[in-house]
Design a protein around this ligand. Structure first.
Ligand SMILES: [Zn+2]
Length: 229
């Protein structure tokens, strides 16, 4: 993943591409660069690039950041601006951030986020493990709602299919064609080639580290090293 030279933040392929289109540096942690149109999306992007921001924010907080810069029907327009611009990553209901906050580019729903985790997973995962990884990646959601998606009780806009067994272990078809079909719909990366290498070099090791962390925490819990209170 590309990083910002100034703040060292991880940048998604969409952030890099948009910057190329606009002829600007790819991270706006120093504000909107001179000569860039002050559209709602551009101003919101520079606010989310702020180095002090470490996790996704509620749309109403983005509105609060921008209220001194914009006066028109902000609440409606900001929803459209954030959901349509691929620099922004969905993190839960009315919650948005950037790739640097742990989120998966292109994803716009819980099912899409869970599917990406399973594409990168080293093996079948328990529903609780998918839950843990998503939470560590800064997604905010209802665990029951995740379980309903895994069991196929809830449909999703791309008709992504999850397989689940009696032990609550979940998997998906992670073959090359299925992978590329997912990227064609969700658009995590602009090209399938970029998606494959992002999955292998970035997401898979990150999912593995998170699962290892969970195993370690559970072992500590059993060993009495962690005080739950
Ligand atoms: Zn930066």
């Amino acid at each position: 993943m590309t990083r910002c030279h100034r703040c060292d933040a991880e940048l998604s392929a969409w952030e890099v591409r948009k910057a190329e289109e606009l002829g600007s540096p790819p991270c706006w942690c120093n504000g909107v660069p001179p000569g860039i149109p002050l559209t709602l999306a551009n101003v919101a992007y520079s606010e989310l690039c702020h180095a002090g921001l470490t996790r996704p924010v509620k749309i109403h907080d983005v509105v609060r950041f921008l209220s001194h810069k914009y006066t028109w029907n902000l609440r409606y327009s900001i929803n459209v601006a954030l959901s349509q611009d691929k620099r922004f990553c969905w993190a839960g209901r009315a919650l948005y951030g950037l790739a640097r906050h742990g989120l998966i580019p292109g994803v716009r729903s819980l099912a899409e986020a869970a599917y990406a985790i399973l594409l990168a997973a080293p093996r079948r995962l328990h529903v609780e493990e998918v839950d843990f990884v998503l939470e560590q990646f800064n997604y905010r959601f209802n665990s029951d709602s995740l379980a309903h998606h895994m069991r196929g009780y809830t449909t999703n806009r791309w008709n992504l299919k999850f397989q689940i067994d009696h032990w609550n272990e979940v998997w998906i078809n992670a073959g090359r064609d299925a992978r590329h079909e997912y990227n064609a719909k969700v658009r995590v990366c602009p090209t399938h080639l970029a998606f494959d290498s992002w999955l292998e070099d970035h997401l898979a090791p990150k999912v593995q580290r998170t699962l290892d962390d969970r195993t370690r925490r559970l072992a500590d819990l059993k060993g009495g090293k962690i005080d739950i209170a």
